[in-house]
Design a binder for this molecule. Sequence first.
Ligand code: GLU
Length: 551
Amino acid sequence: MDHTKLANLLFPNSKKTPEEYEALYPARDLPAGAKVTRLGPSPTGFIHLGNLYGALADERLAHRSGGVCFLRIEDTDEKREVEGAVPALLSALHYFGIDFDEGASFSGEVGDYGPYYQSRRGEIYQCFVKHLISEGKAYPCFMSEEEIEEIRSLQERDKLNPGIYGPYARHRDLSFEDVVERLGDGQEFVVRFRSEGSPEKYFTVTDAIRGEMSMPENQQDVVILKKSGLPTYHFAHVVDDHLMRTTHVVRGEEWISSLPIHVQLFDALGWDYPIFCHNTVLMKIDEETGQKRKLSKRKDPELSLEYYQKEGYFPEAVREYLMTILNSDYEEWRLADPEAPLDAFDFTADKMSNSGTLFDLNKLNDVSKDVLARKTAEEILAFMLRWAGEYQPSLAGLMADNSDKLLKIFDIDRGGPKPRKDLINGRQIFAFISYFFDEHFMIRDDFPSECSPGDIKEILRRYLASYDEADDNETWFGKIRQITADLGYAVKPKDYKKNPEQYKGHVGHVSNVIRIAITGRSSSPDLWTIQQIMGAQTVRRRIAEAHGLFD
Ligand code: GLU
């Protein structure tokens, strides 16, 4: 069989040679050791945490080394494409501080190694498919779905490995005339790779995360070009990552099982492998079963990146948390230097986790509290205004009208050596401070059971009578102590704990009556400061209203 003749018959319009493409996309001119990475999402419209997790690794590996990180859109699966998916992906990743140097962008494609949309690379794939056919390493296969199905049941019956290989690859050696005839009949074909691999033989590759991996060779004649003329993932990955001069392929561990195919294709085309970095899937502890399981689109809203934007997580907090689960020595580094910018960390692939990474929202919240504790009140306010503007329009006006007040609120216990760590995300922050606004105020917590309704009423009456906004913190608290003692409560909690029968309760209970009347909650930052920000009028009104509840 004249393979070149077959190749020309099948791809008459593919004129460029592999050498021409090699020359068109030359080795990149980068400093030694610079890494070239890429994110290759399918434009399905659903942007998930795994995308960000991978993108962060890509971005860090490239930028720590003076390299390039590009965005390639893997849109060869027409069924899954959703309009607007690319800008949505770009803006979601941008929100989290990930910007690409090259590839798909808001203003079209940027860079010399494109097209960066796989659907626009048809000619390139066909050139290399044609090349493989001309070398006898690939062939057209006209088998119908029914025929493949029939082979599958045969194999099942005889307990054989399923798939198209060896004797089941029935169209491996069709004659030229047969192919001409089938084409004449209008039969459609896929192109399959002619595998010389044997499952008895093993090969090894070194994965930058997992170390040396030894696997059986691929035996299947996999499809490399679909009927549509577009490539399968396997072929597109090999051609693109070679021509785009990717040095490090960071991708999910679900691709490990097809690595034997990829390695075989790189070999057949005479190309070096990139360095593979197979990362892990994100897992969580299932609330019901207590078992580790994959995050699921259906069950876990936190899988979607939009969740973090809507909840109002600071991008920095999410990045910071993802770094702690991406690189095993990140936390230690952070403890040693709480102020250092994240980018100063020496991110390496070998410290990436290689088995089911646990994603824990509570842990993210803790990290977020630490990150926010290092922010200024101005930074928190600016973020809250932006977040509300975008996701909580009903609060945006209220917050903008009260920005002076909010600055004071966010400034409570901030800046000292031990700043408060109680702010997590926009939604929680607003809920946390909502009592400052009458329209969001309500009594949420129960008054302390140590105080009888009669006492509560009396505490509030006396407090209202003695309240003077001009009192400093000490004088103000002196008055509360006075009420405490007069009503038979212990001024020192420890006295009450020692002799509980001698007192009704202690000063903490009495102050909590006042705190709940003013803030609706039994815990809050310093109450004196809160009252100063709130203003005497509101304080008096709330005390009077709470008093009224006990009439
Ligand atoms: N399009 C593939 C995916 O979304 C990309 C895998 C890769 O990074 O090679 O899973």
